[in-house]
Design a protein around this ligand. Sequence first.
Ligand code: NAP
Ligand code: ZN
Length: 371
Amino acid sequence: MSQVFYLPTRVFSGAECLRVHAEAFKTLGKRAMIVTGRASARTTGAGPDVEAALKSQGIGFVLYDRVPPNPGFTEVREAATLARAQGVDFIVGIGGGSPLDAAKAIAVLVTNDLGDDALLTPPYPKLPLPIAAVPTTAGTGSEVTPYSILTNDKVQSKSNLSHESLFPKVAFLDARYTASLPRTVTVNTALDCLSHLVEGYLAIRATPLSQALTLQGLAMLGPALKGLASDAGLPNPAIREVLLLASTTAGMVIAHTGTTAVHALGYPLTYFKDIDHGRANALTITAYLAYLRPSHPGAVDRVLAALGISGVAEFRSLVDTLLGPRESLTEAEIAQFSASAAKARNMANTLVTPSEADLARLYRESFPALS
Ligand code: NAP
Ligand code: ZN
């Protein structure tokens, strides 16, 4: 079997890894733009730690701290204009998937003058600026993926930039930065990690190497998810560390396999219903597993076994506990979202490509009907 495994991100992990490995910034450039959301980079301590690490290496920086959840073209263009004006030569993203993805698009736009469509269709004329990533959520794995997902009003969904030049050069995993995550974001991001592992294992593009990583990720995540479901409180520092490592492992998986129907079904839920990315995926993941199992029982059962789960029914119960009450969809929404999901690029990466009618059925099975 012909396969490629390429992961050019240097990953440092452990408490204080930013301070211990501050010299890694020197290989990236001389003047950084730090890209963050409104508050969490500062309140988690990750922002001050990055600033201290840059200063310790004599590297100057400028801050862009206006990335919203689910960023779009406007913010990344605003930041890229500032970065150009300030002579920035590398980008440091700090935060959840939103600032990390924004950092990647900004890195492209600083070196390339592109319209929205050209930004979404790499390769680019010039290499993007180098990127460093400091995750403060445990779920997207963006710190080790070549993807940047932007809200795209033109297609009323999310669009994915994907190119190997977008892999961060370096990632710093310090689980202390995830300690302040509220319960809802902790659960939703852990569910995003779950969907990356499940979809990655069951993707057309899965390889033996990606599946080896997936099984390890599922073995880490399964007990942590069960712990989250059985205790309504917040995870302890050891569990936070496991969740972050599982998330980065899952990022390494989807960097190779891509995502599938579950993410495609989730994008309209986020765009039209403002449902968090990880939750949006988890809402349809059980129906998706049940849909795939008749044709691929061995693969689905290997995923469940690696999580430490006996069957689809136990999986459903775990996910339902973590999700709590579900949102509702009207029949009109189901028709609109199925048509949108059917057009997503990742749909073709699903082991059995669902028809638009199958997608409508998956939504119907996942949501209580709205009368
Ligand atoms: P997020 O949108 O980055 O952040 C959600 C919220 O959590 C924000 O309000 C943020 O506040 C807050 N937050 C972040 N870290 C925190 C902390 N440690 N303590 C307290 N609050 C914190 O959420 P996310 O789920 O990590 O990222 C979702 C995005 O990633 C979506 O756009 C999705 O499409 C994308 N994604 C990308 C990939 C990829 O491979 N590139 C994969 C999956 C998903 P602030 O605004 O103040 O920071
Ligand atoms: Zn995701």
